[in-house]
Write a new protein. Structure first.
Length: 83
């Protein structure tokens, strides 16, 4: 389940989504094939983290899923092509 914009902003220590910038994080190497989980929720969570984005405010950075990134951008965060 994706975190809310409010929760992510709290992690970063700001209340202003416009002060946050989001950008794609480089892959950490070869990603293993998706987890073969019996639980659909686990499979959904694993699939959500295939493409990881960074969200930062000052010195704090959080990893966010694509859905969380889209919610942040819709709230006013600035999307950048790179860090």
């Amino acid at each position: 389940m994706a975190r809310s914009v409010h929760q992510i902003l709290g992690l970063l220590g700001t209340k202003d989504p416009a002060a946050v910038r989001v950008y794609p994080l480089p892959p950490a190497g070869e990603v293993a094939s998706p987890v073969r989980a019996v639980d659909d929720d686990a499979s959904e969570r694993a699939a959500a983290w295939v493409s990881v984005w960074g969200a930062d405010f000052g010195r704090l950075t959080a990893s966010v899923t694509v859905a969380e990134k889209e919610a942040l951008v819709a709230a006013g965060a600035r999307e950048q092509p790179a860090r």
